[in-house]
Design a protein around this ligand. Structure first.
Ligand SMILES: Nc1nc2c(c(=O)[nH]1)N[C@H]1C(S)=C(S)[C@@H](COP(=O)(O)O)O[C@H]1N2
Ligand SMILES: [Mo]
Length: 255
């Protein structure tokens, strides 16, 4: 072997040593990081699916970033009526079981405080200003459709019933009359000017499949948060339970 070749060989050996060393170091760091994450505490149970606390913290940071980025004044894109689907998709029907539910006897319960409950009938809601919206409804399962809904804007509802103290809280919870489907909403999204308590679709009263007599239309969120057949609305500073968040979906579920 001549002089030249052996220096080349030495160089290769050194390179191999360096790259193996780097690999070993990085592996150790990755393993350490994994162990740290694995050993760290779980977030508080019961509200969302379980995640290690540091991960939950990171997720909350991203959520706050997007919340600020898409803040209140940003409106969701709307469309002309002619673009609205005639055959509106029905997705899922949790909490819409026919267990003795009678839309004629339906009332909306609004929990204002411990012993303070509003009970409203359809006529009360219809007496408020009606707003319509045509927008692209998006389901996390991967479909979307331009749909036409109408009802009372949540902010109009709040000011008419003087719910200012309640809406100073951080969250709203809504559930079906049988409590089988329920959603938690951050207050800014609920108070977004395009959020509607809807009683009409394509100019007609809602059908049972679409959430008659009253459903939530919240265009800044994915379909999962658009609760059909609202029974109760309540307010809190703690995150209310959320059906799909409990099954591992993102609690915020914003677009
Ligand atoms: N009560 C109730 N509301 C619900 C659901 C449900 O299963 N039960 N599914 C949600 C989901 S995942 C979507 S995409 C929309 C679908 O609304 P649609 O059936 O009117 O298209 O309703 C939401 N609201
Ligand atoms: Mo959905």
């Amino acid at each position: 072997m001549n002089q030249k070749n052996s220096t080349v060989e030495q160089k290769i050996k050194r390179r191999n040593f360096i790259s193996f060393g780097t690999f070993a170091l990085l592996s150790a760091a990755a393993f350490g990081g994994w162990k740290w994450l694995y050993k760290s505490e779980n977030e508080e149970m019961g509200i969302t699916a379980r995640a290690r606390l540091p991960l939950r913290k990171a997720m909350n940071k991203t959520e706050v970033f997007f919340r600020n980025f898409f803040s209140d004044n940003n409106l969701v894109k709307t469309y002309p009526k002619s673009r609205a689907a005639k055959n509106v998709r029905v997705n899922s029907r949790i909490g819409l079981e026919t267990d003795g539910f009678n839309p004629e006897e339906w009332e909306l319960s609004v929990v204002k405080g411990d012993k303070d409950m509003l009970k409203l009938k359809m006529a009360d809601l219809k007496a408020l200003p009606k707003t319509e919206i045509i927008f692209d409804f998006k389901c996390v399962e991967g479909w979307d459709q331009i749909q036409h809904w109408a009802g009372v804007r949540f902010i109009d509802f709040v000011s008419h019933y003087h719910l200012e103290n309640q809406t100073k809280m951080q969250y709203i919870g809504m559930k079906t009359p049988n409590s089988k489907y329920y959603v938690g909403l951050d207050m800014p999204s609920a108070m977004h000017p395009q959020t509607i308590l809807a009683y009409e679709m394509n100019g007609e009263p809602l059908t049972l499949d679409h959430g008659a007599p009253l459903r939530l239309i919240i265009p800044v969120k994915y379909g999962i948060k658009n609760l059909k057949r609202i029974g109760t609305i309540s307010f809190s500073d703690k995150r209310p339970g959320d059906y799909w968040a409990r099954h591992g979906y993102d609690y915020y579920s914003g677009l």
